[in-house]
Write a protein that binds this ligand. Structure first.
Ligand code: UDP
Length: 265
């Protein structure tokens, strides 16, 4: 066997590294890589609400691929390597920093509730919040003090994460604005990527309508997971609209993944 060639691992024998609510991680074809598989499961309120929405995984795989590619192109480091198929992408294995980094431009969701601000109010400036990733605790909000005291990240790493968050936010705000969408807020995750003895922080996980609030600029229609959280219906149509506006899916492409579809690029 040529050890330089990536091993082909039949899907049935791939080792599952981790299964989350909406994604599964499998071992990758080469050391230092993983395969990220997008499921159709939708969960909210710490998984108390759960539904399978056919086609959601396919859409998130494509939208997240698109956004991570654009970020890679402008020099924002991410874990993304390439999309493999309708539901899977090849990523670099990173050491996940156990934080959800939320960036907000407009008041919505938990911020609106917690501080009694009307949803839709433009914030005086972008706000970054940290939540500790723990399903058991329901992802509690934490401060830099907690993060450094408990050793989840160093002060330097927090600086790097915040600098990345601001770049991602500025870039995505412009990108979405260009297709008539307001980026209200989003969540990102970061990981430590080891290259020889060097470590750098990269954007990881996914960026998709599951992890962003996206409002149509004119109508304020919600084009994101709030359609599921708030029982508004039409989630697949909204995610497909986002994909089409970004130029990812052709008009006649079916996102459901129930049959052969035209895959561009
Ligand atoms: N978010 C996420 N995963 C979470 C919590 C929040 O992707 O576990 C995203 C959410 O989609 C929104 C932003 O982070 O775009 C801010 O969410 P918020 O704190 O308002 O929480 P929510 O209203 O979802 O409880």
């Amino acid at each position: 066997m040529d050890i330089n060639k990536p091993r082909y691992i039949p899907m049935s024998r791939r080792r599952r590294i981790y299964e989350g609510k909406a994604k599964i991680l499998y071992e990758g074809p080469e050391p230092g890589t993983l395969i990220q598989h997008f499921k159709d499961d939708a969960t909210a309120f710490n998984a108390k609400k759960h539904e399978v929405i056919e086609g959601k995984g396919v859409l998130n795989n494509r939208i997240s691929e698109y956004l991570f590619q654009r970020l890679n192109e402008i020099g924002v480091p991410t874990h993304f390597i390439r999309r493999l198929n309708m539901r899977e992408q090849l990523i670099r294995e990173v050491e996940i920093i156990p934080l959800e980094v939320v960036v907000r431009n407009v008041a919505a969701g938990s911020l609106a509730t917690r501080l009694g601000i009307d949803e839709g109010t433009q914030l005086p400036r972008s706000i970054i919040e940290f939540y500790y990733k723990s399903d058991k605790l329901g992802d509690p909000m934490v401060s830099e003090e907690h993060i450094t005291a408990f050793g989840w990240a160093t002060p330097q790493e927090i600086d790097d994460v915040m600098a990345l968050a601001i770049r991602v936010n500025d870039f995505l705000c412009g990108l979405f604005l260009g297709v008539g969408i307001r980026l209200v807020d989003f969540k990102m995750e970061c990981g430590r990527l080891w290259e020889n003895d060097m470590m750098r922080i990269v954007v990881s996980d996914e960026i998709s309508p599951d992890s962003c609030r996206l409002w149509d600029i004119k109508s304020n229609d919600k084009l994101d997971k709030d359609r599921f959280r708030r029982d508004l219906g039409g989630l697949i149509e909204a995610y497909t609209d986002v994909a089409r506006r970004l130029g990812i899916m052709s008009e006649n492409e079916r996102p459901q993944g129930t049959g052969p579809v035209l895959v561009k690029g």
